[in-house]
Write a protein that binds this ligand. Structure first.
Ligand code: SAJ
Length: 421
């Protein structure tokens, strides 16, 4: 094993589990993050995110001395970059552009400590061409070293794109079991990356070039986005036709070649709601279906909010002694999907915030995976399930957390976006 020390840059939902996984194989891992709170938490052997089994893994890795976190990069034999790649709104049309600023600052931060023989892997989901761009940034900062785009297989520093593909909530298992797409800038880069990942990956490591690896990842998430858009569109059609969409989908799914996904309040997370834009912004003329699916999913929260407005109006009509200020709305679930604490790009959170903005009465939120709401969430009371189910007049189920599946809220004014009540 030619990797004695591995550095993981970005200790979030992907970087931290990956760092802990290498450390669990008794390799020295240096985790780097700009967030001092995350660094301090990890160095105490604790975690700053919710992910099953990760706490034990990190605790063991830190106490056994294989994992440490720092804000300043240190020398290593391999660097894995797992930083966010959000999008930035585009001024000229409605297609957001990928924002590579975090990759650029990660590359700038590690460039001074790179040495001959090092391997740099970009794991962040990236638009096609980002790995080559990252290699350019590294080359600009280190003219004393050679890179694959300059000299091919004989480069001092090898560079590859190996997209992460693990499902939040199942990260620890999927990191080990999933196949990996290894997109080296040269064959040598791919070989080195395989050697690295094989320390813990039991799935196949399949090689390709960096651009195809980038596109493979975007394709997977766009495919899922298109399929969820189909389910979301069906739910709106069924509502119009007075058909139970959940029953409809379960019937259609009995066909041996049909597997329709589940509708919901919209698509969230920083992956599926973001990555298709990386394709659309590069090829707007060609990516018509992918673009439309994005819009269908992005419009679903607005549709849910309208349903809530109608429910409030119906409640007031049935209770003429009440004013709108006396109507309490409870939203169940704020995370972007079940049984996690992640609020990033969450349609449930956006819907709740919008209701809180529009509604003159009380808005309650039930989110079993978080303890408090920061002050930015104005006019939203975080309450227990019991308080909400007993105290609210209009109930909006937004996330199918397991806690909500065991007891159904009863009442005349229920908007159940996940079909569990
Ligand atoms: N959703 C639905 N209906 C469904 C399935 C999902 O509305 O039937 C919604 C969820 O509620 C959520 C969003 O879609 O808001 C995304 O959830 P998800 O579970 O489909 O995916 P993510 O974002 O947690 O993880 C995805 C995964 N990609 C694929 O399944 C193709 C994961 O493997 C990737 O590693 C991850 O994106 C990523 O990091 O890119």
């Amino acid at each position: 094993m030619s990797f004695k020390t591995i550095s993981v840059v970005g200790l979030g939902y992907i970087g931290l589990p990956t760092a802990a996984m290498f450390a669990s194989r008794k390799i020295k891992v240096i985790g780097v993050d700009i967030n001092q709170h995350a660094v301090d938490t990890i160095n105490r052997g604790e975690i700053h995110i919710v992910e099953p089994e990760l706490d034990m893994l990190v605790h063991a890795a830190v106490t056994e001395g294989y994992l440490k976190a720092t804000t300043i990069p240190e020398e290593a034999d391999a660097f894995l970059i797992a930083v966010p790649t959000p999008f930035k709104p585009c001024a000229t049309d409605d297609i957001p552009e990928p924002n590579l600023a975090y990759i650029e600052s990660a590359a700038t931060a590690i460039a001074p400590i790179l040495k001959k023989g090092d391997l740099v892997i970009l794991e962040s989901t990236s638009p096609v061409g980002a790995t080559e761009q990252m290699a350019e940034w590294l080359a600009e900062a280190r003219s004393d070293l050679s890179f694959p785009q300059q000299v091919g297989g004989g480069a001092d520093v090898n560079v590859a794109h190996c997209p992460e593909r693990v499902l939040p909530g199942h990260v620890v298992r999927e990191l080990v079991e999933n196949d990996r797409v290894i997109g080296g800038m040269t064959t040598k880069c791919s070989e080195r990356a395989i050697e690295l990942y094989k320390t813990f990956v039991e799935g196949d490591c399949v090689t390709t070039n960096a651009r195809t690896a980038e596109m493979a990842k975007l394709t997977e998430n766009s495919c899922r986005d298109v399929q969820i858009a189909f389910a979301n569109e069906l739910s709106i059609i069924c509502d119009k036709l007075n058909i139970d969409v959940w029953e409809l989908i379960s019937l259609a799914n009995r066909h041996p070649r049909i597997n329709i996904l589940q509708p919901g309040p919209g698509v969230g997370g920083h992956c599926i709601a973001v990555d298709p834009w990386f394709i659309v912004s590069k090829t707007p003329e060609q990516a018509q279906l992918i673009h439309t699916a994005r819009k269908v999913n992005d419009n679903k929260p607005e549709w849910v909010i309208n349903k809530v407005k109608v429910a409030i109006a119906d409640f007031l009509q049935a209770n003429p002694n009440k004013t709108v200020k006396e109507v309490t709305v409870a939203c169940y679930g704020l995370a972007f999907k079940p049984d996690i604490d992640d609020l990033r790009e969450s349609p449930a959170l956006a819907i709740t915030q919008n209701i809180a903005k529009l509604h003159a009465g009380t808005v309650m939120a039930v989110e079993p995976n978080i303890n408090h709401l920061s002050s930015q969430f104005k006019n939203i009371e975080l309450v227990s399930f019991d308080n909400a189910s007993k105290g609210a007049d209009v109930h909006v189920l937004l996330v199918d957390h397991h806690q909500f599946k065991t007891v159904a809220v009863k009442g005349d004014y229920i908007i159940d976006t996940k079909g569990i009540w």
